[in-house]
Ligand binder design. Structure first.
Ligand code: CA
Length: 419
């Protein structure tokens, strides 16, 4: 029989007892601390820590849950992450009396999600963005170079990426200021300065590094998942006109680093385990350091919804799946460290835009509108080539289990006008 909690949890909740994603929340008039989402509540791990629930050897005598980020917990590694999950599932189980029958302790350890403010889950020291969806790379390459040369020669040999900017990674709900910068209109001989006219979203997922590796010591692909704590939803806001003028020869810079939004709840690899799928065969076969026995991906359904300021409800504009990624998270991590680059707890490694083979599964407006040539038609009659001020873009994701779902919540942001 499926694991059940004594708490009433709606069947379509993102956060049943099988999920237990970690985040950092701030109760009213109190300090931020670590919690886990369960139904529409937050389970306060700092309160449980004070009550003495995390004293087994995996925690190494440390108190990690009263901190304002997950970093210290991440550094403890998978034995501590697994033990925490086991303790929480035990405390929340339908037949466990310890919290169920004690209203005073329940008041201390549970908060309504609507009454707390979510913070960034980690102090993100470094952020890397991959480019791992074949269809995204192929569509963008086709626009720039034509279908014959859509993919660069390296694309199927290594997970292409660039180093992004960690300081401008923000939590879901943060307003997205339209950036200004240099753009060069196609018919102009010189660039002009102004607010971006082609602001876009990129539907992505990202994983958080748990325990890091030492400088000079690559992580073999077989050990990659030891270092991966869990996944979040991500929107890599992008200014296409700024990008087009600046990106050669060193890649994205100001077109990308003005804002990157992530969802607040980190869903662990343990929670995602039932939704593991074999990674499809890759052709050409990658070099040995990128080959793993039983390499895997996850069946995660993903949607992007757009709501303009005159729409009453959001409208789904992208439907895609995490399985549309060509390179696995293990390959991304192994490649990132193969030269000895050290990853640290809280580092964020993102997938790149997750597009599939169908038009509906394109994960950004650049592809959906084919660089503005085919504007999106919205149900209220409005059209969009790019995002306009007042538009809200929200990304959701979930794995559908038998009678439950492992959800990621959402990552949303509203576009506000340039300074
Ligand atoms: Ca991106």
């Amino acid at each position: 029989m499926a694991l059940r909690s004594f708490l009433e949890i709606a069947k379509d909740s993102d956060f049943p007892i099988q999920n237990l994603p970690f985040g950092v929340f701030q109760p009213k008039q109190d300090r931020p601390r670590v919690g886990v989402a369960i139904g529409d509540l937050v389970f306060d791990l700092s309160a449980l820590e004070e009550l003495g629930h995390f004293q087994s050897p995996e925690f190494q005598g440390r108190k990690v849950f009263s901190e304002e980020s997950l970093n210290s917990f991440l550094a403890l590694g998978r034995p501590a992450w697994r033990k925490t999950r086991e303790i929480l599932q035990h405390l929340l189980a339908a037949d466990a009396p310890i919290l169920r029958d004690d209203p005073i302790i329940r008041r201390r350890v549970f908060h309504a999600q609507k009454d707390v403010v979510m913070k960034l889950p980690a102090r993100i020291g470094n952020y890397t963005d991959f480019y791992s969806s074949y269809h995204h790379a192929h569509n963008v390459g086709t626009m720039l170079r034509g279908p014959e040369n859509a993919l660069m020669p390296n694309w199927k040999w290594l997970p292409v990426a660039y180093h992004g900017r960690a300081s401008s990674v923000v939590i879901s709900g943060t307003g997205v200021r339209r950036p200004s910068g240099q753009v060069k209109p196609p018919d102009a001989s010189e660039p002009i300065f102004g607010a971006s006219k082609s602001l876009d979203y990129e539907l992505e997922m990202a994983f958080l590094i748990g325990s890091g590796n030492s400088l000079g010591e690559p992580v073999p692909i077989g050990n990659a998942t030891d270092h991966i704590f869990g996944l979040v939803l991500m929107n890599d806001w992008s200014a296409r006109d700024i990008q087009a003028w600046e990106y050669q020869p060193l890649g994205p810079f100001l077109a990308k680093n003005f804002c990157t939004s992530i969802s607040p709840w980190v869903v662990t690899l343990e929670a995602l385990e039932p939704f593991r799928k074999p990674l499809p065969r890759q052709d050409p076969e990658p070099l040995p350091y990128l080959r793993a026995k039983n390499d895997f991906t996850f069946d995660i359904q993903l949607e992007a919804q757009l709501q303009t300021s005159s729409m009453k409800t959001p409208h789904v504009i992208t439907r895609t799946n995490f399985q549309n990624l060509y390179w696995s998270i293990a390959q991304q991590l192994a490649h990132h460290t193969v030269n000895g680059c050290n990853l640290e707890p809280g580092d964020l490694l993102a997938s790149g835009t997750i597009s599939g083979s169908t038009e509906e599964s394109r994960g950004c407006m650049l592809e959906l509108t084919w660089r503005g040539a085919n504007p999106l038609k919205l149900p209220n009659g409005e059209t969009r080539k790019w995002l306009e001020d007042g538009d809200t873009l929200t990304i959701t994701g979930w794995c559908q289990g038998d009678g439950y779902r492992i959800g990621f919540g959402d990552v949303g942001g509203r576009v506000v006008s340039a300074v």
